[in-house]
Design a protein around this ligand. Structure first.
Ligand SMILES: NC(=O)c1ccc[n+]([C@@H]2O[C@H](COP(=O)([O-])OP(=O)(O)OC[C@H]3O[C@@H](n4cnc5c(N)ncnc54)[C@H](OP(=O)(O)O)[C@@H]3O)[C@@H](O)[C@H]2O)c1
Length: 261
């Protein structure tokens, strides 16, 4: 029988993880699942009103009583210095290296091309693409080999939906970034992958046009349901572990079969 501290019960024990956008939704579930597997986690959020939610995630992690811990950092990933701030807080709390980076924070943009400005484009790409790029750049010098970088994309990266061109193209760019960084960082065993959720219960899902979500549900072979945040967290946590060591540069569709890549 496995002991409390065996690699089977706590496979991420001793690991340090950063999860962006982990005050709520998919990111909160990812942070909790990494902690449930033993990791120490930095919870990143941006809105002042999410401070309580972020603290709730820390409390839930502390309640696990398995040696994992969490801290919160408020940072806007649309700002170029956010990555440095998050890394500094993580090192101060947890030691001199980082094992796992989950670039989960993202913003939806639902507007036709006629109503889209250059400023809109920059704002979305700054968070959804430049954010993960600069976050990875800030973590890379402290990433302990073999590191794990996991980017949260979307099935939208490979679909064409009205009014979602900017969002979809930002996620397509994130998948390209995933492949490029996988090639660049793999020498020491580090892997870089993306997980692409289908429609998943969260605040963001409320803002996706209902006609699109209905089509997606009909086309989801597994139970014709929305994903739960934990459905995505399980895939991310597996990629964060040792068993996924031979997978890199991939995008895994976590969508109940909606998108068969
Ligand atoms: N839900 C879906 O159906 C679905 C489907 C496909 C892909 N995804 C992707 O999955 C990821 C998580 O989505 P979700 O549904 O959980 O979203 P959500 O419920 O809207 O939560 C978004 C999270 O990102 C954070 N965030 C947003 N902008 C940020 C910024 N500029 N700087 C730092 N943090 C920021 C938010 O922080 P605050 O709480 O402080 O605002 C929050 O923690 C996103 O990348 C999204 O594109 C979601």
């Amino acid at each position: 029988m496995a002991s409390e501290t065996s690699p089977y019960t706590l496979p991420l024990q001793g690991k340090v993880a950063i999860v962006t956008g982990s005050s709520r939704g998919i990111g909160a579930s990812i942070a909790f699942e990494l902690a449930r597997r033993g990791a120490k986690v930095t919870i990143v959020y941006t809105s002042p009103k999410s401070e309580t939610l972020a603290n709730d995630v820390v409390f839930k992690i502390a309640s696990l009583g398995n040696g994992s811990q969490a801290i919160t950092v408020q940072a806007d990933l649309g700002q170029v210095d956010a990555g440095e701030k998050i890394v500094a807080a993580t090192l101060q709390a947890f030691g001199d290296s980082i094992d796992i980076l989950v670039n989960n924070a993202g913003v939806l943009f639902d507007r036709s091309i006629h109503d889209t400005t250059a400023e809109d484009y920059a704002a979305i790409f700054d968070v959804n693409v430049r954010g993960p790029l600069l976050m990875t750049k800030a973590v890379a010098p402290r990433l302990k080999a073999p590191g794990r970088v996991i980017n949260v994309s979307s099935v939208g990266a490979r679909c064409g939906f009205e009014k979602l061109a900017i969002y979809s193209s930002s996620k397509a760019a994130l998948e390209g970034l995933t492949r490029g960084l996988a090639a660049e960082l793999g020498g020491d065993g580090t892997t870089v992958n993306a997980v692409a959720p289908g429609p998943t219960e969260s605040d963001m899902l409320e803002d996706v046009p209902k006609d699109i979500v209905e089509i997606q549900l009909k086309m989801t072979p597994v139970q014709h349901r929305y994903g739960a945040a934990d459905d995505i967290a399980q895939v991310v946590a597996w990629l964060a572990g040792e068993e996924s060591r031979w997978i890199s540069g991939q995008t895994i569709s976590a969508s109940g079969g909606y998108a068969m890549l």
